[in-house]
Write a protein that binds this ligand. Structure first.
Ligand code: F3S
Length: 407
């Protein structure tokens, strides 16, 4: 990979140990993926913030790096292992809290925002075509597919290295030729709400790292696309998807709905001309089978907010909870940014007894002691049994709320 003279100096250690380490990481990635050069990024999002995943070795590395390294672009952080205010309610060990706060201090020392969320796109304005270096698979796929920005599937450490240098190796999803869909997924039935997360979960496990084009029969909300992407990225290694109406719709309609005019112009292709390696059909019946898989178990924990809730999701939850009292632990995860800027909405939700949790989520926190969880997210459904050892079932948002109301 070609380096400029200034980049070579950083690699030689002239800008300090932290920057040298960051440049070494980018060099190694660039060599592996045969990048031609480093390109500037507009912002970064770093994962690997929970002490549960980092352990002491990760914490020590971050502390060392923070001695002389600072990020040079706007950089946000993924959820940590606890809610900074409600950690006692979450039953988190004080020793874990201490270590987690050390992790957070190291990131803050490097200049990284401490709004710990997997939905950084609700706090920063991402423009179409921007080059990003993002970790967190659900955010990556949202950035590429819905916001039409460009990022590779970064790890926490590679996103951090890019944030420190302000650049990323030029390869993969940063190049138009690698952003062409190669498999079509046909959904002829109308779907909504958690159906999208399940669709993502089912599709990801079938297509692994391919780039799907979803032919839908209904118009998805941005929140539904968020769940589609999170499910896809959790069971496959999908970083980009496209979507449009079924093929019988006009080309123009498909391209407008898809919103990726750049893609169309860059490749001079129309949807009808695209050649897919494979076509898969997923039906509502396939989706419904996932709902009923573990339905028989009673949940003692209900979780909504994987990925972290948007304001519109919180408003919907509030309307469904109005004048009701929850009877079991009910965690609604969102960013502290949204919680602090919508105090009345949060107060109304919490009047039901549900907890609006920030900074964290059940998957990255050391949550224990529940016999069954109910979620409305394909990603949480996929991860909670393995990451938290909690058997998990999935329902619609409304079903999750109804579950929280019964003893
Ligand atoms: Fe976010 Fe945690 Fe889900 S980080 S995407 S809420 S697993």
């Amino acid at each position: 990979m070609y380096l400029t003279k200034d980049e070579e100096k950083i690699l030689d250690g002239e800008a300090g140990w932290g920057k040298k380490k960051a440049m070494e990481i980018l060099m190694a990635i660039g060599e592996i993926y045969k990048a031609d050069k480093l390109i500037k990024i507009d912002n970064a999002h770093v994962s690997g913030a929970s002490y549960k995943n980092l352990g002491d070795a990760g914490l020590e590395f971050l502390k060392d790096l923070s001695i002389d390294a600072k990020v040079v672009v706007d950089t946000t952080l993924n959820p940590i292992g606890l809610d900074r205010i409600q950690w006692q309610w979450m039953n988190i060990d004080p020793k874990f809290v201490e270590k987690q706060m050390e992790v957070l201090s190291a990131y803050k020392k490097m200049g990284i925002s401490d709004v710990c969320t997997c939905t950084p796109y609700y706090l920063k304005d991402i423009k179409q075509g921007e080059n990003l270096s993002w970790a967190e698979s659900s955010a990556i796929v949202y950035a590429n597919s819905v916001l039409k920005a460009k990022t590779n599937r970064e790890s926490g450490i590679s996103a951090l290295a890019s944030a420190i240098i302000g650049k990323t190796p030029n390869y993969g999803y940063l190049l138009s030729e690698n952003r062409i869909p190669n498999i079509s997924i046909n959904i002829n039935d109308k779907i909504q709400d958690s159906d999208y997360g399940i669709l993502g979960f089912l599709t990801g496990s079938l297509i692994k790292g391919k780039i799907p084009y979803f032919f839908l029969s209904s118009t998805p909300l941005d929140d539904e696309l968020k769940h589609l992407g999170a499910g896809l990225a959790s069971s496959g290694s999908v970083a980009l998807f496209y979507y449009g109406y079924n093929r019988s719709s006009s080309r123009e309609q498909n391209n407008i709905l898809n919103g990726d005019i750049k893609f169309r112009r860059a490749d001079q292709r129309y949807l009808d001309d695209l050649k897919f390696d494979e076509e898969i059909e997923i039906t509502k019946k396939d989706i419904d089978e996932v709902y009923t898989e573990k339905k028989h178990k009673d949940a003692d924990l209900v979780v909504i907010g994987c990925p972290h809730c948007s304001v519109s999701e919180l408003k919907r939850i509030n309307s469904l909870l109005k004048n009701k009292k929850v009877k079991k632990d009910f965690m609604i995860c969102t960013s502290r940014y949204i919680k602090d800027s919508h105090k009345d909405l949060i107060k109304d939700i919490e009047a039901s007894g549900a907890r609006v949790i920030c900074d964290t989520c059940p998957v990255v926190s050391p949550l224990r002691g529940y016999s069954c969880a109910m979620v409305n997210s394909g990603k949480a459904y996929n991860y909670m049994p393995t990451m938290n050892n909690i058997p998990t079932k999935i329902g619609t948002t409304e079903e999750c709320i109804n579950e929280s109301l019964v003893v």
